[in-house]
Design a protein around this ligand. Structure first.
Ligand code: NAD
Length: 359
């Protein structure tokens, strides 16, 4: 930390989401973005010039050797999450790690072990937990308003949203998967959080690729590379059983012939005393009153600072107060285990039981 006690942040990966993180941390008075790196060096230089970042490094290893950097944001392609996060922890840095934690559960376990050894903060970047409507629903759940939540339906069915066709996003060896690992991980993470973190036990799922291989369903995020290839799924569907007897069904697509809930994220929570739904930018609580169904719409403050600001502040608070982040390393591993089990179930056609051992 510097003399004026700001937490000094280094950004590893200056692409789309790295840029978003820089903008969020620049708004927080107790942090300073002091270093940046990207394998595509001109991009790192451009970000440094745009945001007045004093140190630009050619490699992430050089950035990690800078003793003035307290914490790093890892915002690179999925295959590089685990090696960089582990080296950063070993170098004594706190880590804000983009989702998904890793391309497979084995690498996620290695990150968990490295974090335990280092004693540093490792926080997963799941901003949806910090959205106002989602937080309001969580508050009601914590007060017991929904009773026991026994069934949840969640998903994100994009109609035409394949990101960066041919780039790392659509190459299995670099991404670890398609929409399941890209956007499904957000919905899984948020659902388990709202359900009170029951432990996933077993999974049955199937994945499909009907659009990507035909170069259809292409969206606007990321850069298309026609010299690249597409070998990931474009739709996944799964049923997850939790250790408290509850069930979670998950449906995601990057591309599909559907117009399901405005092609956006959704969660329907069904509890013994009440329910809640979050979809199409709306949040509603459901119950039964006077022998009739009754719904209460949730409202949002028009001056809301936004989920990413709250998430970034939480990261800084966890560093200062030596706290476990809400989106901890274990929550990242839980998501990775479920995602991997869905892929395995699709391959084998069998129900898959999760392997929680850390070895
Ligand atoms: N939380 C969210 O809402 C959200 C949104 C988008 C992306 N993401 C995640 O963020 C990550 C990056 O996604 P993106 O859309 O910004 O991709 P991107 O391709 O725009 O940016 C990734 C950057 O990382 C750089 N890079 C790759 N390997 C590197 C290395 N070893 N060292 C330094 N730089 C390296 C690339 O050159 C590129 O500039 C992915 O894991 C993605 O899943 C999260």
């Amino acid at each position: 930390m510097s003399a004026n006690d700001k937490i000094q942040i280094g950004v590893i990966g200056a692409g789309n989401i790295g840029n978003v993180h820089i903008q969020e941390f620049l708004q927080l008075s107790d942090a300073a973005v002091t270093a940046v790196t990207d394998v595509y060096h001109p991009l790192a230089i451009a970000r440094a010039e745009e945001y007045n970042i004093p140190n630009v490094y050619t490699t992430y290893q050089e950035l990690l050797q800078d003793p003035s950097v307290d914490a790093v944001i890892v915002a690179v392609s999925n295959d590089a999450h685990a090696p960089i996060a582990i080296e950063a922890l070993q170098a004594g840095k706190h880590v804000l790690l983009e989702k998904p934690m890793a391309v497979n559960a084995a690498s996620a376990k290695e990150i968990v072990k490295a974090r335990q050894k280092s004693g540093k903060v490792l926080m997963m970047s799941h901003q949806m937990r910090w959205e106002s409507l989602n937080m309001q629903v969580k508050e009601q759940i914590d007060k017991g308003a929904l009773g026991s939540i026994y069934n949840v339906k969640t998903g994100w069915m994009r109609r035409k949203g394949i990101p960066g066709w041919g780039s790392w996003f659509t190459q299995m060896n670099k991404s670890g998967g398609g929409p399941l690992i890209d956007i499904g991980v957000h919905m899984l993470d948020l659902s388990l959080h709202l359900m009170g973190n029951p432990k996933p036990v077993s999974v049955f799922g199937t994945t499909y690729a009907e659009f990507g291989p035909k170069k259809r369903g292409i969206g606007t995020w990321g850069k298309t590379d026609w010299n690249g290839f597409y070998d990931v799924e474009d739709l996944a569907t799964a049923l997850i059983k939790l250790d408290n007897g509850s069930t979670l069904s998950l449906d995601v697509s990057w591309a599909a012939n559907t117009d399901f809930i405005d092609n956006g994220p959704y969660i329907y929570l069904m509890g013994s005393e009440g329910g809640a739904s979050l979809r199409a930018g709306r949040g509603t609580l459901h119950t039964e009153l006077f022998d009739r169904t009754a719904d209460v719409d949730l409202t949002m403050d028009s001056n809301d600072e936004g989920p990413r600001q709250r998430m970034s502040r939480h990261f800084l608070e966890c560093i200062r107060e030596h706290r476990e982040p809400l989106t901890s390393a274990m929550s990242g591993l839980t998501n990775s285990l479920v995602l991997e089990a869905i892929y395995e179930s699709s391959r084998t056609g069998q129900l898959v039981t999760l392997d929680w051992s850390l070895d």
